[in-house]
Design a protein around this ligand. Structure first.
Ligand SMILES: Cc1ncc(COP(=O)(O)O)c(C=O)c1O
Length: 446
C-alpha cells in the first residue's frame, strides 16, 4: 500500500502543536510529514496478507480463520492454548484479570506502560529488575533488556509466593530502548522461576526481533534459524501476551498463548467478558487470517535483517553527528538520550517531550516521549516519577519508509542538535489523567 505524505511549513507546525497542547498524540496525521510515533499497527501488510483477508471466515464460533491462527501460533511459538484479543493491552487485561490481585508484586524488565498500567490498576506493583547497564546509553552491552538475577531473587525472597503471580519478561524490552534479552538470561530467569514455582509470562510484542538479536549476538545461536530460536525462547515461558501490531505486521490484533489448560480455562472467562467468544476475541476472521500469515513473514530472517538494518541506518547517522543515542541500537526504534541532548533543562520540564516538540517543529517528524510523562505519578504518593532515562523514541514502522526518509529525519534532528543551546525552556502540565497520562496530557511552555 502506498500513501502520500503531507508537507507543511514551520509556522503551520508551530500553530498546530500549540493547538495540540504540545502533545504529539493530539496532532492530526496529515499534520505530520514522517510519522515515527510508533511501530504499532503502522506497518504495511504484504500481498499475501491482503489475499488472506479475502478468505476470512466470519462465523461467530469455530471459524476456519480461528483454526488457521491457532495452527500458526502453535507452529511459531509452541503454545498449545491461545485466546485472540483485539490488541496487546487487551491480552494483558484478560490474563491479569485471571492472575493478579491487589497487593501482588510483579517483577520484570522495565514493564511497558500498558502492562504497568494494568498491574497498578489492580493495586498491584511492578518491580523493575532490569540490569543497570540498560540505563547507561553510552555503554555497549549486547543484551540491555536482560533481567538482573540478583535483583530478581531479592524480590522473590522478600515476598510470599502467593503474592508473586508471575514474572514478566518483555522481549524486546521497549522501555529500555528496544533492547533484547539473551537466551542465556531467559533460561536463567526460567530456572529461578521454576525454583520458586512462579509462572513466567513473556510480553512478546517484538519476540521476532529479539530472536534475530540472539542469532546475531549470542555466539551459540549463530547457526540456528530465527524460527528455531523463537521456539526455544517460548519453551521457557508459561504464557505470552502479544500485541500483534508489531512483529506480526498487522494493523490491529493480539493474543494470549498459554502452555497450561488450567490457565487457559481461567482466562477464557475474562476473554468472553471483555473481548468476545474464545474463537474470535475482538478480531474478525479476516484479521485472524492476516495475522496468521504475518507471524510467518515477521519471523523471516531476510525481512528482519532489512528492518533492523534500517533502524541502525538512522541510528548510525545520528551517532556519527555526536547525537547521544541508546547504544547498541535497538530493534524497532532509535532512542535519543534527551538528558544528554539538552543537559541544561530541569527534569520537571519534561526534557524528552520538549525535544519531541522541537523535532516536530523543525521537520514535521513525530516521535514519542519515553520519560517522565510516560512514567506517570506514583499511585501512592502522587509525586512525579523521574525515570533514569529521558528518551525520545523514533520508532520505525515496518515496510513503510525508505532510507531516503531516514536521511530526512536525521537531517531534521541534526538541525535541532545544532541549535540546542537556544532551547532553554521546557514544558509544564496543564491537565493530566490519573493513569497512562501521556496519551492525553495537555501542556504549555514552562
Ligand atoms: C512491549 C509492549 N507490550 C504491550 C504493548 C501493548 O500493546 P497494544 O498497543 O497492542 O495494546 C506494547 C505496545 O506498544 C508494547 O510495546
Amino acid at each position: 500500500m502506498v500513501e502520500s505524505i503531507q508537507r507543511s511549513t514551520r509556522e503551520e507546525r508551530m500553530e498546530w502543536i500549540k493547538t495540540a497542547k504540545y502533545n504529539l498524540f493530539n496532532l492530526k496525521s496529515d499534520q505530520v510529514f514522517i510519522d515515527l510515533l510508533t511501530d504499532s499497527g503502522t506497518g504495511a501488510m504484504s500481498d499475501k496478507q491482503w489475499s488472506e483477508m479475502m478468505l476470512g471466515d466470519e462465523s461467530y464460533a469455530g471459524a476456519s480463520s480461528y483454526y488457521k491462527l491457532k495452527e500458526a501460533i502453535e507452529d511459531i511459538t509452541g503454545f498449545e492454548y491461545f485466546l485472540p484479543t483485539h490488541q496487546g493491552r487487551a491480552a494483558e487485561n484478560v490474563l491479569f484479570s485471571s492472575m493478579i490481585k491487589e497487593g501482588d508484586i510483579i517483577p520484570g524488565n522495565s514493564h511497558f506502560d500498558t502492562t504497568k498500567g494494568h498491574i497498578e490498576f489492580r493495586k498491584a506493583h511492578a518491580v523493575d529488575c532490569t540490569i543497570d547497564e540498560a540505563f547507561d546509553t553510552t555503554l555497549d552491552h549486547p543484551f540491555k533488556g536482560n533481567i538482573d538475577l540478583v535483583k530478581l531473587e531479592n524480590v522473590l525472597k522478600s515476598h510470599p509466593r502467593q503474592n508473586i503471580p508471575m514474572i514478566i519478561v518483555t522481549v524486546t524490552c521497549n522501555s529500555s530502548g528496544g533492547q533484547p534479552v539473551s537466551m542465556e538470561n531467559i533460561k536463567a530467569v526460567a530456572a529461578m522461576a521454576q525454583q520458586y514455582d512462579i509462572p513466567v509470562v513473556f510480553d512478546s510484542a517484538r519476540f521476532a526481533e529479539n530472536a534475530y538479536f540472539i542469532k546475531i549476538r549470542e555466539a551459540t545461536y549463530a547457526d540456528k534459524s530465527v524460527r528455531e530460536i523463537v521456539r526455544e525462547m517460548f519453551s521457557y515461558a508459561d504464557a505470552m501476551t502479544m500485541s500483534s501490531k508489531k512483529d506480526a505486521i498487522v494493523n490491529m490484533g493480539g493474543f494470549i498463548g498459554m502452555k497450561h489448560k488450567e490457565m487457559f480455562e481461567k482466562a477464557s472467562v475474562f476473554n468472553i467478558l471483555f473481548e468476545g467468544f474464545i474463537s474470535y476475541g475482538g478480531m474478525s476472521g479476516r484479521d485472524m487470517n492476516a495475522l496468521a500469515q504475518g507471524l510467518y513473514e515477521g519471523t523471516e530472517f531476510n525481512y528482519l535483517e532489512t528492518r533492523i538494518g534500517q533502524v541502525a541506518y538512522l541510528g548510525q547517522q545520528l551517532k556519527d553527528h555526536g547525537i547521544p543515542v541508546q547504544y547498541p541500537f535497538g530493534g524497532h526504534a532509535i532512542f535519543i538520550d534527551a538528558k544528554r541532548f539538552l543537559p541544561e533543562l530541569p527534569v520537571d520540564q519534561f526534557i524528552a517531550q520538549t525535544l519531541a516538540v522541537e523535532l516536530y517543529i523543525e521537520g514535521g517528524v513525530r516521535g514519542v516521549e519515553i520519560g517522565t510523562l510516560l512514567a506517570d505519578r506514583d499511585p501512592e504518593t502522587g509525586e512525579n516519577r523521574y525515570p533514569d532515562l529521558e528518551l525520545l523514541r523514533l520508532t520505525i514502522p515496518r515496510r513503510v519508509y525508505s532510507n531516503n526518509h531516514m536521511d530526512y529525519v536525521a537531517a531534521a534532528l541534526i538541525n535541532v542538535f545544532e541549535r540546542r543551546v537556544e532551547i532553554s525552556k521546557g514544558l509544564k502540565i496543564v491537565k493530566e489523567a490519573p493513569i497512562l497520562r501521556h496519551f492525553t496530557v495537555e501542556l504549555e511552555k514552562a
